[in-house]
Design a protein around this ligand. Structure first.
Ligand code: BGC
Length: 795
């Protein structure tokens, strides 16, 4: 890592933060004495756990960052005691949980489990010019969050202390160091609440910069923050086998706005040090394109940036519609106090079309399309009414996603915005031409694949595996220490280059130190194991974390990758150029460390705030998710020969029983919500690869779902890259209702490579080929795609 990358993140990070509440007592004129409290003050959370983690060498907690900036922290005793109490509680909890864990899957389930926050009373009577309370939460792969105290709800200790401190200190700030929402209803009186998020290892420096006004929070919520009981509870969540997405399209603000519930902090909301006012928007329509422009004026005392949001309320006809849906957003540059900026945004009405299952097409129904502009979903004004005199079909497709077995829920009474005399603009239906998807794929096989034996063909379509060593994440790559896995290295002699894949999305997840010897590459610290290792059975942990016997004089190589803000934080910037810059950092470091394929970005929808991996994903809104992911892909792929992988395709919105949970989702909800961002991202950034997800969709594993892979991804979205599976590790199964997909099922559906690969998967594929379950031609097609992908890497 170049230090400058970490510094770039430090400079950009405040853009990803926002105030939920402010009373004008910040920023500060200079450092002062601070009464610092909260579980995140010393144990500041950099990001979530699991494959979305990045191992950092230098970590600056909030306590350290404030001290380094000249603040005098008055609560040393409290902070020490708090850390001790939490550490003891953690140890006891881990020991208890391990005793109760049954089988490998029981242990796997513990991997990212959040240790419940202990209750304690250490008093709050400490002096300080200001008071900062840092509240942290952490979650990760393999485990969902819980709507319990100490997780989504605040612990009793937190509620008591935050309220007491807010009442006692004139200048009090609650700093939220979380990857997703917590229920703030019990501390709603706090004068200042900063949604700081999880911004990587320099969090302490970043917060100091914000407090001193050196950098300015200018984000907006990309997901609704409500009291727990206010969220939509129509659908299932966390069911180990079948999870019905009964709420259909009413996800996030689409639910709140349509049923007329006011969440505590709505989607798109966020305050900064200064204040803004928005002028009267003007709207023009040319063909199918609507252009909106609006003046933003800085009416406060500080410089700042504002995010303008344009929503559209579509008319209801045969299809029910949410009250409004985001159609465009744009962030201003820095506007000085008293200054203003004219912002132009546009959207294509065709992108507003909804999927009609009855006619298997995307349609815009006749009626009034109310265009609204504002600075949050709850604060919008009608800018124009676009009148569409007749229903138009934008795209003729086909239903390919299977039967979910229910009709989506829809609210009985649905709110619609009042157009309040907004200008009416007639839209010419003739401007819309109907396109029809061609489902005939022009799939080629090339000389390379045709020349391979059956065995060789199977090697190409299975990730690289070693016969000698059980390949676990962190030690799976032969060429880059800590990378997640390689494509086959058995055919380099035949011209198939070695290709290395490494996780994200919070930067490159590689070992910090490694060495080489005659046997290959070895980790020094086993970062992946130490990150979650204490949850492993004791004996396994001891074996895996055994210090390496490294010969004196052995050269140790370092890999210092830059940890980026969590994706949920990056989305809050609402700034695609910032997202592209973050992607560029990952691309540069891929080049530096010899990684070819980045297993990021991840753009699953925040369907439920309990999803343990939401910090890796952007938003509850598909437009924000798609645009942000596209920007990150463009950034990463700007490094020559490097490719990004968008994941997890699709309907992967919970971690409970993640290998075999079956998401039951209607074709409309899939297309209008869960697939939409993937489509935007594919079209706007041409990612090199797509990773399918572990879960099933309507009874078929996404990894072997030809409707998802062939019909939608390749034929409808026009994807030209390779499709890989998520990391299917067969021993993680506990024999539940659904089996893992088989290698030949994946290949037959057009999935090009099953990752991370094992001899067992290889044998299954070969058997499938020999018994005619998958044709040789299909494998040649997949191998041809793999070959041209691998050849594009920079040698
Ligand atoms: C995760 C993926 C990740 C892969 C490789 C899987 O368990 O779901 O997001 O890319 O592991 O580490």
């Amino acid at each position: 890592m170049k230090n400058s990358n970490a510094e770039t993140v430090r400079k950009l990070a405040a853009e990803c933060t926002l105030f939920l509440k402010k009373d004008g007592s910040f920023p500060l004129d200079g450092p002062c004495s601070v009464a610092l409290f909260g579980n995140g003050a010393r144990q500041t959370v950099r990001g979530g756990t699991g494959s979305g983690d990045v191992y950092s060498k230098k970590v600056v907690s909030i306590d350290e960052g404030l001290r380094a900036a000249g603040f005098a922290v008055t609560t040393d005793y409290w902070l020490r005691r708090c850390a001790l109490i939490r550490e003891n509680a953690r140890r006891e909890w881990v020991a208890r949980a391990k005793k109760q864990a049954k089988g490998i899957s029981g242990y796997a389930g513990l991997m990212s489990m959040a240790v419940p926050e202990p209750e304690y009373d250490l008093g709050t009577d400490y002096p300080g010019d200001i008071c900062i309370y840092v509240l942290s939460r952490q979650s990760g792969e393999g485990c969902d969050r819980k709507a319990e105290r100490g997780d989504i709800l605040l612990s009793e200790t937190e509620v008591r202390d935050i309220n007491a401190l807010n009442a006692r200190f004139e200048r009090f700030m609650l700093v939220l160091n979380t990857g997703g929402p917590v229920d703030l209803s019990e501390v709603a009186d706090a004068g200042n609440i900063l949604q700081f998020s999880q911004l990587g290892p320099l969090s302490g420096d970043i917060l100091a910069d914000i407090l001193l006004g050196k950098s300015i929070p200018s984000g907006k919520l990309a997901t609704t923050w409500a009291a727990w009981g206010e969220y939509c509870s129509e659908g299932d969540f966390g069911d180990p086998e079948d999870t019905r997405y009964l709420e259909g399209i009413y996800v996030g603000y689409r639910y709140f706005d349509t049923v007329g519930k006011k969440p505590m902090f709505p989607f798109g909301y966020g305050l900064t040090y200064t204040d803004f006012s928005l002028g009267r928007p003007s709207v023009r329509v040319t063909g199918t394109e609507a252009a909106v422009s609006i003046t933003v004026k800085n009416t406060g005392k500080y410089p700042g940036r504002e995010v303008v949001q344009v929503y559209v309320s579509a008319p209801e006809g045969r299809l029910d519609q949410p009250c409004q849906a985001l159609a465009a957003f744009a962030k201003t540059g820095v506007i000085e106090a008293g200054g203003s900026e004219r912002v132009s945004l546009s959207f294509d009405m065709r992108d507003l079309a909804s999927y009609d299952e009855d006619t298997a097409s995307y349609i815009l129904e006749a009626g009034d399309y109310i265009v609204l502009a504002g600075d949050s979903s709850a604060d919008t004004k009608a800018a124009a009414v676009l009148e569409l005199p007749e229903t138009v079909t934008v795209l003729k497709a086909k239903n390919v996603l299977g039967n979910c077995g229910f009709r989506d829920w829809a609210p009985d009474v649905r709110l619609r915005p009042d157009p309040e005399g907004a200008k009416r603009i007639a839209v010419d239906p003739a401007a819309f031409t109907m396109e029809t998807v061609c489902y005939e794929l022009d799939e080629e096989t090339g000389a390379f694949a045709e020349s391979l034996s059956d065995e060789e063909l199977c090697y190409v379509c299975i990730g690289d595996f070693s016969d000698k060593q059980f390949s676990i994440i962190g030690e799976a790559s032969k060429t880059v220490a800590g990378a997640a896995g390689d494509f086959t290295t058995r055919l380099t002699g035949k011209g198939f280059p070695a290709v290395v894949t490494a996780d994200g999305p919070a930067g490159l997840r590689l070992e910090r130190e490694y060495y080489r010897d005659g046997k290959g590459l070895h980790n020094v610290n086993n970062d992946a194991i130490t990150a979650f290792g204490e949850m492993l059975p004791d004996i396994l942990f001891r074996i895996l974390s055994r210090p390496k016997k490294i010969k004196p004089g052995t050269k140790i190589y370092e890999q210092n990758c830059t940890m980026l803000p969590a994706a949920s934080a990056a989305a809050q910037s609402f700034d695609v150029s910032l997202a592209e810059r973050l992607g560029r950092i990952a691309g540069e470091e891929m080049k530096e460390y010899g990684v070819d394929v980045w297993l990021a970005p991840a753009l699953n929808i925040h369907r439920d705030i309990r999803c343990g991996r939401n910090f890796e994903y952007y938003s509850e809104d598909p437009l924000v998710s798609g645009k942000m992911a596209a920007a990150v892909v463009r950034g990463a792929q700007s490094a020559e020969g490097r490719r990004a992988t968008i994941k997890h395709y699709a309907a992967n919105n919970q971690e409970t029983n993640r290998y075999s949970s079956n998401s039951l989702v209607s074709e409309r909800a899939m297309r209008d919500i869960y697939l939409k961002g993937f489509g935007i991202c594919v079209r706007e950034s041409a990612p090199g690869a797509v990773m399918t997800s572990y879960n099933l969709l309507n009874g078929t594993h996404t990894a072997s779902h030809s409707g998802l892979i062939r019909d939608i991804l390749r034929c409808e979205f026009g994807f030209r890259g390779i499709v890989m599976t998520d990391w299917i590790v067969r021993m993680a199964m506990s024999g539940g209702k659904y089996e893992l997909p088989l290698a030949w099922e994946v290949a037959a559906a057009g999935g090009d490579v099953l990752m991370p690969g094992s001899r067992r998967d290889y044998r299954t594929l070969l058997k499938g080929l020999r018994s005619g379950k998958v044709s040789r031609r299909q494998l040649e097609i997949n191998a041809t795609r793999m070959y041209s992908f691998a050849k594009r890497k920079k040698q």
